[in-house]
Design a protein around this ligand. Sequence first.
Ligand SMILES: C[S@@+](CC[C@H](N)C(=O)[O-])C[C@H]1O[C@@H](n2cnc3c(N)ncnc32)[C@H](O)[C@@H]1O
Length: 274
Amino acid sequence: MTSDDEAFDRLLEYVEDELGFATSYYDDSYLDRRVSSRMRRSDTESYAAYLDLLQSDESEQEALLDAFSVNVTSFFRNPEVWEEVRNVLRALSAERDRIRLWSAACSDGREPYSLSMLALDDPEVKDGNVRITATDIDREILAAARRGVYENTRTTDIGEQLAPLDEYERYVRRTDDEFAVTDPVKDLVSFERHDLINGDPKSDFDLVVCRNLFIYIDAEHKLPILETVSKSLSVGGYLVIGKTETLPDTLKPAFEPVARRLRIYKKVDTTSIR
Ligand SMILES: C[S@@+](CC[C@H](N)C(=O)[O-])C[C@H]1O[C@@H](n2cnc3c(N)ncnc32)[C@H](O)[C@@H]1O
């Protein structure tokens, strides 16, 4: 191990023990990219020097924690996935009296609000029976999610993100470049903080959407997270993971693919879930 590696490990240990972010569960090269970007911003040349800075500067601690939880998201991210999610909601609505959905790692709320808009928009989905729980580890992003106000930027076109809906104006109030989600959309969603690594499983969900988190998590910790998520589903419930993510082999017997390419699965058995 080089002295550079040792200094990097000491830095991660400090972040885990003193700042409470479980670095040991995340992929090292992902963490290194985030740390290196903070080092460039703060003109620090070595991990050891950056650790000194971190120990003495609370605003840098916050900046690093912010950099670790990447919150990139959008309404109807990968629209083709949402076409199939619409079918799943229809199927659930036809067979169950109440439908409980969980957007796990929901970021700024655009994912659970997409679920809510879809439920309100589709005449085959009884939206009165739908309740959505939306969770994330990051308190600040949850505050933004509860506000539910999104802005066009140079790189983000909110109107375009909402295009899968025929008339998105029914679900957002637009003022210039700002889009505020309306109360009926918000009323179906409750936000709460939940850590998918250290938190307990939930129970009896009919659909769990847990997308684009595993890309940051190191291989050995993906399974416990997916087990938590899988335990939270009722038998016959559906799981949606990110389009570039995969289900570990040990969990495959518990699920039957509904749309393999879109990473949508139905839970058919519980025996392979620890
Ligand atoms: C890239 S966003 C994904 C947002 C949304 N699911 C999507 O696909 O658009 C990843 C989210 O995971 C959250 N996150 C990271 N670690 C987490 C953990 N241990 N438990 C819960 N959420 C976590 C981050 O705060 C961030 O908001």
